[in-house]
Ligand binder design. Structure first.
Ligand code: SAM
Ligand code: SF4
Length: 323
C-alpha cells in the first residue's frame, strides 16, 4: 500500500526475539538489555497471523531479524508457515551466523529465500572483541553452509567503525571479487551502545572512494530488492558491494518498510519513537480486517524522513527494534 509520501510499502521486518547470543559492542552493553517476559513476546502463531494480515495490505516480502532470530525455538517451523502464505513472495533472514551451519538446509527446505550475515571483521581476535564472545569460525561455517544450500544471494553486513575495522575495507572488497558474496557496508548509526560513542562513524563516500581507487566499481541495478543499499559490481568479480548510508545521505524517500518488534509493536520508522500496538488488539480478539486497519494506520504514520543527525536519541537498541 502507498503511504502519505507516495512510497509503496511492501516489506516487513519482523524481530522474532529480543534475545541474542552475542553482545556486539555497538549494539548492546556487556550485560545485555532488559528482556521482555516470554508472555510479552509474540507467539509463533501470532507472528503468522500478523504476517497474513500484512499480506492483505500489500506486504509481499518479510525479513526475520532480532535479537538473533536463530536463537528462537522453532524458527524453521515459523519460516515454513510464513513461506506458505499466498501473498508473501519472499522470506529472508538477518543473522549473526553463529548457528547457521546447523540450520541452513532446514531453513532452505522450509522456504527461506536468502540470508544476510553480519560480519564486521575478517580477523578472529577482532571478531571475539567486537562480539565480546563469538567465534568467527562458526560464522564462516554458516556462510559456507548458506552458499552450499543456495540461500542466495548471500549478503554480508559490515558496520564500519573508525579505528576498529576501517583498515579492512579493501579486504572485504577483495572478498566480493573472489567469492559470490555481496558485501554491504553500513554506516554506524547512533542507536544502542553506538549512541554513546558517536566518534566511530565513517561515511560511505569515504569507503567508496577508498575501494574504487583499487577496484573499479560498476553500478548495478538493485540486487533482488530495491532496499536502502546502492549496489555495485566489482569489475570481473563474483560478488558485489553495496553501501547503506543512513547517516550521510538519507534513503528515506525510497523507504518501503515497516517493522514489527518482538513484543508486537508496529514501527513505521527505525529512527522515530512512534509505535503502534498490534499484539493487544490481536490478543483481545480483533478480526483480521481490524488488524489490517491497524497496519494501514502504521503505514499512514510513516514520517517523510528520519532525523538521526539532530541529536534526538532512539531509546530502544537495535536488537529491540529489529535492525
Ligand atoms: N542479530 C542479527 C545480526 O546481528 O545480524 C540480527 C539483528 S542485528 C540488530 C541487525 C543488524 O543491525 C546487524 O547487521 C548489526 O550489525 C546492525 N546494527 C546493530 N546496531 C547498529 C548500529 N548502531 N548502527 C548500524 N548498524 C547496527
Ligand atoms: Fe546480537 Fe545482532 Fe546486536 Fe550483535 S548486532 S548484539 S548479533 S542483535
Amino acid at each position: 500500500m502507498e503511504d502519505a509520501f507516495r512510497r509503496q510499502i511492501n516489506y516487513l521486518r519482523i524481530a522474532i526475539t529480543d534475545r541474542c547470543n552475542l553482545r556486539c559492542r555497538y549494539c548492546m552493553p556487556a550485560t545485555g538489555v532488559p528482556l521482555k517476559s516470554h508472555q510479552d513476546i509474540l507467539r509463533l502463531e501470532e507472528i503468522v497471523t500478523i504476517a497474513r494480515v500484512a499480506g492483505r495490505t500489500g506486504i509481499n516480502r518479510i525479513r526475520l531479524t532480532g535479537g538473533e532470530p536463530l536463537v528462537r525455538k522453532n524458527v524453521v517451523t515459523l519460516v515454513r508457515e510464513l513461506a506458505k502464505l499466498p501473498a508473501i513472495k519472499e522470506v529472508s533472514l538477518t543473522t549473526n551466523g553463529i548457528f547457521l551451519s546447523g540450520l541452513a538446509r532446514a531453513l532452505k527446505e522450509a522456504g527461506l529465500s536468502r540470508v544476510n550475515i553480519s560480519l564486521d571483521t575478517l580477523k578472529k581476535e577482532r571478531y571475539r572483541y567486537i562480539t565480546r564472545r563469538g567465534n568467527i569460525s562458526s560464522v564462516w561455517q554458516g556462510i559456507h553452509a548458506a552458499l552450499a544450500v543456495g540461500l542466495a544471494p548471500v549478503k554480508l553486513n559490515v558496520v564500519v567503525t573508525r579505528g576498529f575495522n576501517d583498515d579492512e575495507i579493501l579486504d572485504f572488497a577483495r572478498l566480493a571479487q573472489e567469492e559470490p558474496l555481496h558485501i554491504r557496508f553500513i554506516e554506524l548509526m547512533p542507536i544502542g551502545a553506538a549512541a554513546a560513542s558517536a566518534g566511530g562513524y565513517v561515511s560511505m563516500e569515504e569507503i567508496k572512494s577508498q575501494i574504487s581507487r583499487v577496484y573499479p566499481l560498476e553500478p548495478l541495478a538493485d540486487l533482488v530488492t530495491n532496499g536502502p543499499a546502492v549496489n555495485f559490481k566489482v569489475a570481473g568479480g563474483k560478488g558485489s558491494i553495496g553501501f547503506i548510508s543512513a547517516m550521510s545521505s538519507h534513503f528515506c524517500h525510497r523507504c518501503n518498510r515497516l517493522r514489527l518488534t518482538a513484543d508486537g509493536k508496529l514501527r513505521p520508522c527505525l529512527y522515530w519513537d512512534g509505535e503502534i500496538d498490534i499484539k493487544g488488539p490481536l490478543r483481545a480478539g480483533a478480526s483480521e480486517a481490524e488488524l489490517a486497519a491497524i497496519f494501514a494506520r502504521a503505514v499512514t504514520l510513516k514520517p517523510a524522513e528520519h532525523h538521526m543527525e539532530t541529536g534526538w536519541r532512539q531509546p530502544r537498541v537495535m536488537s529491540q527494534i529489529g535492525g
